[in-house]
Structures are given as structure tokens and as C-alpha cells.
Design a protein around this ligand. Structure first.
Ligand SMILES: *Cc1c(COP(=O)(O)O)cnc(C)c1O
Length: 354
């Protein structure tokens, strides 16, 4: 058995993978594969509607919002957000590499006010107490910074529209959707395979920019056609649906949040206790999804040895991103608590050797 701590694409519930394999062989009793049936068939149409409804159910999405499944990854949302919402000026919170990429795209469309940045300390904290220009068209935040392991766990109260990249903590906890004009997430971190982004968008927030939008870049196109303007990423949507059905059985986002808190507390606790390791993120900004840590100053040269040791114990994907170094354990919804306990055991065994 392998213990999967990859940051993304990342661990999925076995049940979701099994159901998707079955659908590839025989989709919804049609005798055809999910991969060879029309997206306009009544069977796929039902799956798309079910996926949209399940997102709405899980997050208590209020009336007036639409759920979309679009290709191109979260990175395409960086430009679509600015295309559709930035008339003159937008505010962005710079909390890491993904936030910076979103800022870069927004600058192609207008003025960008970076309201705060944690770049001064290699993005190891979430900036607090910054002010937001009230003449900005929206504030863009990245709730979970996959690379640096920081997370914004509250729903901001702001006087301008709020847009959030929730790629790596989407569906890991309840959020108050009514506080956001738009939420988007690449599926491959916490809710499915690569190939689709999930978008929750407030319908009356659209139509406020004066530029002409290319058809595919216009959210309205996809709202009008229920994410079926062109061929949607059928396989990815179906697997997201299976993952969300599994999530509902875990007690939804409320149920999984409890487990996610327990998992994160356990692992940060061990990193703090173990003489070999230190966390890279300040308390109060630590992510429940991506736990970043490095070797303690006195044990710096053990970096590679620990990685090799962990790999020999079937622990996969804990090498830290090159911009942080050390280690990153991504502990998404589908990663069981027992895998955290196993990793902790391996960390303790390594400690005993030194
Ligand atoms: C991975 C990630 C992205 C980019 O996702 P793609 O689907 O690869 O474009 C954007 N934002 C965050 C927070 C991410 O973790």
C-alpha cells in the first residue's frame, strides 16, 4: 500500500475511482463507455445536472448562483476573472505563487492594486489588517496557498465583490457562498481529476464590463448553456460527481472539516514536537490541506536522507516545492487519518535513528 501525499493531482476516494472506471466500461447502463457517448445524451445530461446540484447542496449555494464546469484549469480562470469583471481597477491579495500568477493576468486588463503581500517572508503568513480600495471592481484572494501551506479560513467581509481561488481547499470546510461573487477551483487538488474547474458564480455580478468578450471567455455563455456550450470535460465532471457523492457520505463539508482539523492538528503537533523538524508557516496561517515543514537548523543535512527513508516506507509525494524546500504533506479530504498516523510513525522512527 502507498501513502499518497501528492499536492495535485492528488489522492481521491477509492470509491470515486472505482465508479469512474465502471463508467468508462459501461456508463449508466447504456452499454457504452462514458468516453464514447454524446455529452448531449440524456445519461450524461443527468450526470452534469447532478454534479451541479451536488455542489450546490454541499455548500448551501444560495439562489442566484450558477455552478459551471469548465476546462483549461484554474489558470484559465485567472484571465477569465479579469476579462469578465475588471473594468478599470481590481484589488488582489498576494499570498503566493498562484496569487502572483492571477495578478499577472489581471494586469493585462487593467490596473491592479496589490492590497498586501507576504512575499517579504517567503509567503509564510497571511497578511492581516490591510485596507481595500472601495473603487476597485473586486478583491481577489487565494484561500489556500498550495505551495507555501498557508490558508485563509474565514470568509472576508468586504465592501466590494469578493472572488476566491479555492483550488486547494474547495470542499474541505463550509464557506458562506453569499459573501462571494465567484469561487473557482481546479478539480485536481481536492475534488477530482485534472481537466475541469468548478466555478460558483453569482449571476447578477456579470455584464458590468464594457469590453467585448470572446464567446468562450464569457461566463454568460456557459451559464446560458449549463456548461454545455461546447463539449465539457465529461470524464472529469463525472469523477468530480463521484468524489462529491463520497463527500456527502462523510457528512458533507461539515463532517470532513472535523476530520481535516484533527488530521492537521496531529501532523503539526508532531512537527512541533519532533526535534528534527520545524514548520515553515506561522501559527494562525497554517493550511489544513498542505503542511509544509523543513529540517531543523541542526539537522539540515538530513533532508535527502529523510526523503529516501520516507520513500522506502511507501510515502509518496512529500518533497516540498522548490520555492520552499523541505517537505510538504498534502492531506486533502480523501487522505485518511490513518495515513497521517503512519507518516508520524515514520517521522518518529527517523528521529530515533538520529
Ligand atoms: C494548482 C493551483 C492552480 C492552478 O491550477 P491548474 O488547474 O493547473 O491551472 C491555481 N491556484 C491554486 C491555488 C492551485 O493550487
Amino acid at each position: 500500500m502507498k501513502y499518497n501525499f501528492y499536492a495535485g493531482p492528488a489522492i481521491l476516494p477509492k470509491e470515486a475511482i472505482d465508479n469512474s472506471i465502471e463508467a468508462i466500461k459501461n456508463f449508466a447502463g447504456t452499454g457504452l463507455s462514458l468516453l464514447e457517448i454524446s455529452h448531449r445524451s440524456k445519461e450524461f445530461d443527468a450526470a452534469m445536472l447532478d454534479a451541479q446540484a451536488t455542489v450546490k447542496r454541499l455548500l448551501n449555494v444560495p439562489d442566484g448562483y450558477e455552478v459551471l464546469f469548465l476546462g483549461g484549469g484554474a489558470s484559465t480562470q485567472f484571465l477569465m476573472v479579469a476579462y469578465n469583471f475588471l473594468e478599470k481597477k481590481a484589488a488582489y491579495l498576494d499570498t503566493g505563487a498562484w496569487a502572483s500568477k492571477a495578478i499577472k493576468e489581471a494586469k493585462l486588463f487593467g490596473e491592479v492594486a496589490v492590497v498586501a503581500s507576504s512575499k517579504d517572508k517567503n509567503y509564510s503568513y497571511i497578511p492581516k489588517g490591510f485596507s481595500i480600495p472601495d473603487d476597485a471592481d473586486y478583491l481577489h484572494i487565494t484561500t489556500n496557498n498550495t505551495i507555501y501551506g498557508t490558508e485563509i479560513l474565514e470568509d472576508f467581509d468586504v465592501n466590494i465583490p469578493l472572488i476566491a481561488d479555492m483550488s486547494s481547499d474547495f470542499m474541505s470546510r463550509p464557506v458562506d457562498v453569499s459573501k462571494y461573487d465567484m469561487i473557482y477551483a481546479g478539480a485536481q487538488k481536492n475534488v477530482g481529476p485534472a481537466g475541469t474547474s468548478v466555478i460558483i458564480i453569482k449571476k447578477d455580478a456579470l455584464g458590468k464590463v464594457s469590453r467585448t468578450l470572446p464567446t468562450m471567455m464569457n461566463y454568460q455563455t456557459h451559464i446560458d448553456k449549463g456548461s454545455m456550450f461546447n463539449t465539457p470535460p465529461v470524464y472529469a465532471v463525472y469523477t468530480v460527481l463521484q468524489t462529491l457523492k463520497w463527500l456527502e457520505k462523510q457528512g458533507g463539508v461539515e463532517g470532513i472539516e472535523k476530520v481535516n482539523i484533527e488530521k492537521a492538528d496531529l501532523l503539526y503537533g508532531e512537527i512541533e514536537r519532533n526535534k528534527l523538524f520545524v514548520p515553515t508557516v506561522e501559527p494562525g496561517s497554517r493550511s489544513r490541506m498542505n503542511v509544509c515543514f523543513v529540517m531543523n537548523e541542526n539537522y539540515k543535512d538530513l533532508d535527502k536522507e529523510f526523503l529516501d527513508f520516507a520513500t522506502s516506507k511507501d510515502i509518496m509525494g512529500i518533497k516540498g516545492h522548490r520555492s520552499v524546500g523541505g517537505f510538504r504533506a498534502s492531506i486533502y479530504n480523501a487522505l485518511p487519518k490513518s495515513s497521517i498516523e503512519y507518516l508520524i510513525g515514520v517521522m518518529q522512527e527517523f528521529e530515533k535513528k538520529h
